[in-house]
Every structure is written in C-alpha cells, then in structure tokens.
Design a protein around this ligand. Structure first.
Ligand code: SAM
Length: 248
C-alpha cells in the first residue's frame, strides 16, 4: 500500500475528528504533559485505549522517546491505517476493551505507568466501563495515571445544552465546522479499493459500537475512585470537552 495514501487517510481522520473537537490538539497536548509529569521522561509503559489510527499514540511516542507505547483497538481497519502511519515505536494490538481478559491476551499484563484514551470510552456501557476501570486500577502502578480526553456530560440538561452551543461557536470560529464529517470520511474510506483487505477484515471482526453511555464527568470520577484510583477529576475543560485524570 502506498504510504502517501495512508498518510492522506490519517490527515483526513484528524480533520474529521476536529470537526467536533476543535481543541483536539490542545487536549492531546495536556494528555502528553500529564504523562510526561508522571514518567519524568524516563522508561515507561503507556497504553492508548481505543487508539483508532494512532493519532495520540504517535504524538506520545514522538514526545516521550523512552516510553514503550502500545495502542489498543478493536477495529482492524483503523489499526491498519495506524500501522502504516505511527512508525516502529508504537505497538498496535487488536482487542475488545469490553472483554475483561484483553490485557493478558495481548501480552499487556502490567504494570503500566499510564493509560490514556481519546474520544473512545463513551461507547462502553456503564457496567463495562466500571469493569474496565477496575482492570486499569489493577494494572497501573501506584502513582501512575489514567488520562481520558473526551466529551463528558456536565450533569444538567441546561449546562449540556450550553456546552453544545459553545462548542458550535468555537468550531465556527476556528473553521473546523467546514471539515469533512464522520459519515463522509467512513463512506470514502470504505470505498477505497486499495484498502479492500482491511475493509474485509473490519467487516469480519470489528465490534459494533454506537451512541454514548450518557455518563457525566462526575460519574466517571466516581467510577474511577470506586475502581481503586485515589484521586480523579478534570485537569482541562472547554464546555463538556475534558481531560479527566485519575491517579492510582
Ligand atoms: C472516535 S474513535 C477515536 C480514536 C482515537 N483515540 C482518536 O482520538 O483519534 C473511537 C475508537 O474507539 C474504538 N473502540 C470503540 N469501542 C471499542 C472497544 N470495545 N474495544 C476497543 N476499541 C474500541 C473504535 O474502534 C475507534 O477506533
């Protein structure tokens, strides 16, 4: 596969993600800064949950040259884009995060210094997410962190509605509201004949996911503390867009 093709798909992925997350790069920046503060730029194992084509994994690997970076996702097509784009410093593994045995099955038993995630865990049912948080608390070393960048509800309909308004205003201000959207990106990707083997793998193996579990930022923090993290709360926020951080 020509690498320029894969680079273009990744560039288009990043642009379509920014359509709804105008501050995605700043959010990534904060995630990286938290991981850097905890690992002191030393050797570390960092796991990216729901890594997709590896946008965050690649940025972490570039910024933290001594870290071992592992991206986990259930979608072989997105992982295929990631494999062509992230380079040798990122190991990508296929696993369903809803399956409690995924760390052992993928050779990721732990300990980990950090787990990160971006726009991925809102698909998981609350019970599945609670189980995943327990899995993370068992694997992340004391003092290590879980850092989750995502749109997380603010708990009341009025504030959630206003968060949507300020997000729309922000995307219009920075111009990302004109970017290709999620559905258009997928439609074009699935029609690319060069990607046919990966598209076939996706139709055979990718798990179905849709919607949002509706959990608020406070719900996430409570689930994390119940799972065994000592502290949990947002370190960055714009509207309902958060970088929620939990310390083990
Ligand atoms: C919106 S994408 C975000 C990808 C990437 N983190 C980013 O910010 O560009 C959500 C990702 O979560 C993955 N995902 C959703 N549910 C999953 C599950 N149960 N197990 C593993 N990956 C999952 C999807 O395959 C997809 O790659």
């Amino acid at each position: 596969m020509r690498s320029t093709t894969m680079e273009q798909w990744l560039r288009r992925w990043d642009a379509q993600q920014e359509r709804n997350i105008p501050d995605r790069e700043e959010r990534f920046r904060v995630v990286i800064d938290v991981v850097r503060a905890v690992t002191a730029d030393g050797p570390a194992r960092v796991v990216d949950l729901g890594c997709g084509p590896g946008s965050l994994s690649a940025r972490l690997a570039a910024e933290l040259p001594r870290a071992e970076m592992v991206g986990v996702d259930a979608d072989p097509l997105l992982l295929g884009l990631g494999a062509a784009n992230t380079g040798p410093r990122v190991r990508l593994v296929e696993a369903d995060l809803a399956d409690p045995g995924w760390p052992e099955r993928t050779g990721l038993a732990g300990p980990w210094d950090a787990a990160v995630s971006s726009t991925a865990l809102h698909w998981l049912h609350p019970d599945t997410l609670a189980a995943l948080y327990r899995t993370l608390a068992e694997r992340i070393r004391p003092g290590g962190v879980f850092v989750n960048a995502d749109h997380l509800g603010l708990a009341t309909p009025g504030l959630d509605g206003l968060a949507e308004s300020v997000r729309k205003a922000r995307t219009a201000r920075v111009g990302t509201d004109q970017n290709e959207d999620w559905a258009e990106w997928w439609q074009s990707l699935l029609a690319d004949e060069e990607l046919a083997p990966l598209v076939d793998a996706r139709s055979e193996r990718a798990i179905a996911h849709d919607g949002d579990n509706g959990l608020t930022v406070a719900d996430h923090a409570r689930l994390l503390r119940t799972a065994g993290f000592t502290e949990a709360g947002p370190l960055w926020q714009f509207g309902d867009d958060h970088v929620l951080t939990a310390i083990r």
